[in-house]
Design a protein around this ligand. Structure first.
Ligand code: GLV
Ligand code: MN
Ligand code: MN
Length: 434
């Protein structure tokens, strides 16, 4: 990573630009809510309106078209690449220079709020609107972008579009991933009109900076107004196929069963016991987010299960220990219960450390503007983690309400907090693009 480029261009943070861009809080808030109306649903559990814009569905396509209209309204030159990533480019004084990139994603989990990802994209858009209002032309071009299937919720691999753009995943592999109905990424891109023609591999930007809701409780609980993100923890996703034997629930003695459902339950319990042991550090997380039993009938012993295991840890060595230990447990459990357990990694990323220089630019602006902030490691995955491999990268976190809940319709942040985040983003982009 060439962190030197920022410093060589004389770009320590510029106090004169601190947090002064005319970010329009009401306009940003209105855009967030207009986008949230696309793919809106009434959540049965909370009674709240939530967002369901799974990647490459009709709702995602409608959201994409809306954001592209906004990009075009502010004169951004829009391009779509072969994995469906969308870039809006604002010219600089010298368009031969590498751009400053900002962005995130607008696809969502099926039970989302209005902010995850969207704040980063619409925050970048608002920065461009504010630059226009202030009649500012930067030296470098600025690009606002959104990436395909960041959530990984539909096709099984998170950061899909940004991982392809930054070279971690090959395009053909990404195109060939299928959803639960066997529909491939490439087919869906073509169907919704987002199989672009632009080469998906992006040249290294000058820098990448992403605004995002924190999705956790830390900033609000500690009274901070914004967070400077130091990096992203390691993520491991595995899909397990457990095969036993379906049998009659009334007649099959317990000792003769090969119950795949029971095996999944034991695996789930072991994940929690593993966390409780403390062996993998206090920050270790484990989740079984998907669990499908077959035939899933009241009087049939489950003969087959598909389930997922999501592990997170800020420490790569501890993550490796956890992966090794769960695999050993699954092997011994398979023998004990006379089932087969096949595990397949669907996503695996090491922990990522963001650029100290970009963090310093962000923190410098916050300090000058008197914004209460702290440095914080991200518990969630982000497109920024892919860009960190090819250019100086960092993120800004906006605190959430309700204990920072996310991937839930209760996800919420205030208009003032979002605007504060966009102001910090704008100042940072101005410095980086000067
Ligand atoms: C992205 O939302 C993640 O799963 O961390
Ligand atoms: Mn996100
Ligand atoms: Mn998310």
């Amino acid at each position: 990573m060439d962190c030197g480029r920022i410093m060589r261009s004389g770009l320590g943070h510029n106090a004169g630009l601190a947090m002064t861009l005319p970010i329009d809080e009401a306009r940003l808030w209105a855009s967030l809510h207009e986008l949230a109306a696309i793919g809106q649903y009434r959540d049965e559990d909370t009674g709240l309106l939530g967002v369901n814009r799974l990647a490459l569905t009709d709702a995602d396509a409608a959201g994409r078209r809306q954001v592209m209209r906004w990009f075009e309204q502010v004169g951004l030159a829009v391009r779509v690449d072969r994995i469906g990533n969308v870039y809006g480019r604002r010219s600089g004084l010298d368009d031969s220079l590498a751009p400053v990139l900002t962005g995130s994603h607008i696809d969502s989990v099926p039970t989302a709020g209005a902010f995850d990802g969207c704040l980063g994209v619409l925050g970048g858009l608002e920065v461009c609107r504010a630059l226009d209002a202030a009649k500012v032309v930067t030296r470098r071009p600025i690009e606002v972008c959104f990436f395909t299937d960041e959530e990984g919720c539909r096709f099984g691999t998170d950061m899909l579009g940004s991982a392809v753009a930054c070279g971690r995943l090959p395009l053909e592999l990404a195109w060939s991933l299928v959803d639960r109905d066997g529909i491939a990424v490439k087919n869906e891109l073509a169907r919704i009109g987002f199989l672009g023609e632009v080469n998906e591999r992006i040249g290294p930007p000058h820098a990448y900076v992403e605004l995002h809701i924190e999705q956790g409780p830390v900033l609000a609980a500690e009274g901070f107004e914004l967070g400077v993100v130091t990096g992203v923890q390691a993520i491991s996703w595995q899909e397990l196929t457990i095969v036993g034997k379906s049998a009659h629930a009334g007649t099959t003695p317990m000792h003769l069963r090969r119950d795949a459902g029971f095996a999944a339950a034991r695996i789930h319990v072991q994940l929690h016991e593993m966390i409780a042991s403390g062996r993998y550090g206090a920050e270790m997380r484990a989740t079984m987010g998907r669990l499908e039993l077959a035939p899933n009938r009241v009087n049939v012993v489950p003969g087959r299960v598909l389930c997922t295991v999501d592990l997170r840890n800020p420490d790569d060595a501890r993550m490796a220990d956890a992966e090794r230990d769960v695999a050993a447990y699954w092997r011994s459990l398979a023998e004990e219960l006379r089932v087969s357990i096949e595990a397949r990694h669907t996503a695996r990323t090491a922990s990522v450390t963001f650029s100290a220089e970009v963090q310093a630019v962000i923190a410098g602006h916050l300090r000058d503007a008197g914004v209460r902030h702290r440095h914080i490691l991200s518990g969630a995955g982000h497109d920024a983690q892919e860009f960190a491999a090819i250019c100086p990268t960092a993120m800004i976190f906006v605190p959430g309400e309700h204990d920072g809940i996310s991937h839930n319709p209760r996800e919420y942040s205030t208009a003032a907090a979002c605007a504060r985040g966009a102001r910090a983003l704008g100042s940072t982009i101005l410095t980086l693009a000067s």
